[in-house]
Write a protein that binds this ligand. Structure first.
Ligand code: HPA
Length: 279
């Protein structure tokens, strides 16, 4: 929880200054890559790579399948900054650290966030390999990343959350999917704290509340992006049926393997989305 906002904002600004020193441009879109989705970063042309350890106050990735690098360059003609490796609450980071990079992106002047994740399918038709555009989320299980003193420099104390995931960007992504023939669905993503996977009872419960997919990321970043005035597009890659809905136990190796297998489709889609993205 942020108690000393002045110190926190100073830390953000020190990280911003260090990144800016290496950037030839201000990126248009920040992209956060989920478990097993790292290869998307290989699509970046003329990449400038900054290791998280080179950025003051930046946390470090501790999870298999998550490297710790920013990759900055061009994809489909858009200037992007890609986070290869993100931070999760379950790693032990508090929400202010989980969302530190999002604040840094906002402070860099980046207006858009594209956030991806690996997720479990709760809705019956969400099988492994399905790509889901996130239309909304359930944050009941998520400690608020806005708790503590408000960061007035970024946004107001009580921020509206009616359109965390931009309707206009969802419409654009649907068109992009049709034009490259990648099938997609839409749905609501529910956050669980992890690191343990959910129980079948928890999945039944969250399904009753309206969830289509579950995961352990994205919601903190999307809330902070909204608070910071950024516009977000969220994409889940379904890597498994949620607990109690499939035949096998859940494990992380399977999640990352399925993500890697479905990666090609997602890369194709994201490249087209970036091409169509109206800045
Ligand atoms: N639950 C939570 N997080 C996940 C899952 C899941 O089933 N699959 C991938 N990330």
């Amino acid at each position: 929880m942020i108690i000393d906002t002045e110190q926190y904002v100073n830390q953000i600004d020190e990280a911003v200054t260090a990144i800016q020193a290496k950037l030839p441009f201000t990126p248009d879109i920040a992209i956060v890559l989920g478990s097993g989705l790292g290869p998307l970063a290989d699509e970046v042309e003329q990449p400038i790579v900054i290791d998280y350890s080179e950025i003051p106050h930046f946390p470090r990735s501790t999870v298999a399948g998550h490297e710790g690098k920013l990759v900055i360059g061009t994809v489909s003609g858009k200037h992007v900054i890609v986070m290869k490796g993100r931070f999760h609450y379950y790693e032990g980071y508090d929400m202010d650290m989980v969302t530190f990079p999002t604040r840094v992106f906002a402070r860099l002047g980046i207006k858009y966030l594209l956030v991806t994740n690996a997720a479990g399918g709760v809705r019956e038709d969400l099988n492994p390999g399905t790509i889901m555009l996130i239309t909304d989320h359930l944050s009941y299980m998520c400690p608020s990343p806005l708790r503590g003193s408000n960061l007035d420099e970024f946004g107001p104390r009580f921020k509206d959350m009616t359109e965390v995931y931009s309707h206009a960007l969802i419409a654009m992504a649907k068109k992009a999917a049709a034009s490259v023939n990648v099938s997609i669905t839409e749905g609501i993503y529910a956050f669980f704290r992890g690191p343990q996977y959910e129980t079948p009872a928890e999945i039944r419960g969250i399904r009753t509340l309206g969830a289509d997919a579950v995961g352990m990321s994205t919601v903190p970043e999307a809330i902070v992006a909204r608070h910071s005035g950024m516009t977000t597009l969220g994409i889940s890659l379904i890597t498994n049926k949620a607990a109690g809905l499939g035949q096998t136990e859940l494990n992380h190796a399977e999640v990352t393997q399925t993500a890697q297998e479905a990666e090609r489709n997602l890369v194709k889609l994201v490249k087209e989305i970036l091409k169509e993205w109206n800045l």
